[in-house]
Ligand binder design. Structure first.
Ligand code: SAH
Length: 254
């Protein structure tokens, strides 16, 4: 028998046209698929009719499947000889615990093959027509989470703001729930006029977004009723956003 293997596959931000050819090949070959919440249904049409599809997210209002159970199930199915694909939203190694899953599988003697996906932060910024870097505005990008495991591990937003102020675009995942506190922290190191954007359901027909300023961020999120899953972008690259389509405030349309 071949060595057992699990493919950790990035399903991209939702639009099936953003899947890689490698991802489609792996999905087609799978006999068992463990699928995250944020994976769009359009992606699953590449699965075989006979494949067993296990939704391990919070669909249908049920509690999400415990991480330890998912890890055990993946390893057990691979050890039985199934062709296992773990489909994860975006890229498997950008948040979303892909690293923990790979460690567990290797510890069980299961090989891990990773297929990159387009991470939500990239898709969100691109959908606004803005670049992530720009020779005039930004010399780097930081991908950070607004949702830390514990208070101790939480981001120190004033420090990040100081780095962003040197010309680094800030792309924040899972930040909507904590938008007030991250706004407060960022304002310690960045001007209130810094452009921000929030993009919900990037790349999907249901995409919604807003463009505003850091000083107005939390109020704008509330006003527009944007919620998870969403990406918050902070930085001067947003000056290049598609201002007319988005109805950007006149103060930003420089
Ligand atoms: N591995 C994923 C991220 C998982 S963490 C990736 O690379 O994209 C989950 C968070 O990702 C969500 O809370 C949200 O902040 C972001 N996210 C995922 N899909 C998204 C989408 N289509 N639009 C906006 N944000 C998304």
């Amino acid at each position: 028998m071949n060595k057992p293997v699990v493919h950790l596959v990035g399903a991209g931000p939702g639009d099936p046209e953003l899947l890689t050819l490698k991802a489609i090949r792996a999905i087609r070959a799978a006999t068992v698929l463990l699928v995250d919440d944020l994976v769009g249904d359009g992606v699953l049409r590449y699965a075989r009719k006979s494949a067993r599809i296990v939704h391990v997210g919070k669909r249908g209002g049920c509690a999400s499947t415990p991480q330890a159970f998912i890890e055990k199930l993946m390893a057990a199915e691979a050890l039985k000889g199934e062709r296992v694909v773990r489909l994860k939203g975006g890229d498997p190694f950008v948040f979303g615990r892909g690293g923990e899953e790979a460690q567990h599988l290797r510890a069980c003697g299961v090989d891990v093959q990773v297929v990159n996906g387009i991470t939500a932060g990239l898709a969100a910024v691109t959908s606004l027509g803005a670049p992530l870097t720009h020779r005039d505005h930004a010399h780097g990008v930081m991908f950070v989470t607004g949702h830390a495991r514990s208070q101790d591990a939480a981001m120190h937003w004033p420090t990040l703001a100081a780095t962003a102020a040197q010309g680094v675009t800030l792309v924040i995942y899972m930040g909507v729930a904590t938008v007030e506190s991250l706004q407060r922290g960022l304002l310690e190191g960045l001007p209130a006029s810094t452009p921000v954007a929030v993009v919900q359901h990037a790349s999907l027909p249901s995409q919604r977004q807003l463009l505003s300023t850091l000083g107005d961020l939390a109020a704008a999120v509330r006003r527009e009723g944007l919620g998870s899953p969403a990406i918050i972008v902070v930085g001067d690259v947003l000056h290049a956003a598609n201002a007319i389509d988005l109805g950007v405030p006149a103060s930003l349309a420089a």
